[in-house]
Ligand binder design. Sequence first.
Ligand code: PLP
Length: 249
Amino acid sequence: MQTPNHELELAIQSRLHAVEARIAAACKRTGRSPESVRLLPVSKTVTPAKIRAAHAAGYRSFGENKVQEAFEKHQALPDLDWVIIGHLQTNKAKQVARFASEFQALDSLRVAEALERRLQIEGRGLDVLVQVNTSNERSKFGLVPAYVADFVQALRPYSALRVQGLMTLALFSADSAQVRPCFAALRTLRDQLLDHLPPGMSMHELSMGMSGDFETAIEEGATTVRVGQAIFGARPLPDSYYWPTQGDE
Ligand SMILES: *Cc1c(COP(=O)(O)O)cnc(C)c1O
């Protein structure tokens, strides 16, 4: 007889392997190496037991949308690395500076400044991605593409923030013809930024693609895909809870 924990481990492991196989197939179609894409499991609302199962399958970094939830999981599972992928309010910068390994949703200088100050106090650095709004509708967060070049220049004084690239949420649609232009826009923007990149910054990372659209994102150049439900199962809360649209909050 197998223990319940062992069964959970096998179930999560087989879902991870299925996602890995789809990543490899998408890479093959476009002549990319599968090692060029990082799978970041997104664990919001997921229990520690399931996260441990994914850890046992070889994953140690997990994406979380909300700081408080991420911090609680960091305390419960301190040996894992926590990547904040959701909008940050300046009053949470202190907490993020303490424990996060990466922040993928930087979209304001106020947050950059708050993070920098707290990181200097902690004596830490933080990998960050600049969030870009490529859809104009999915989320009110993220910078308009036309502002990103100036924004990146303005980040120069913040030495604790290690800029690694860009992140986006595509338009919410099951139709890849609708989603693809969002991903293509992020890649084009990245390519443009490479010409005038401040010293010490990188534009290597393109974090784009989730359970419903990660293969399209890989075809358009994603280096990180953020996948939750395809690994851990459906979430109880609607997506609008995580991605407030204009007028919410
Ligand atoms: C929840 C979330 C994801 C993962 O979405 P799934 O549909 O579960 O794959 C990716 N990115 C962000 C910013 C998220 O909040």
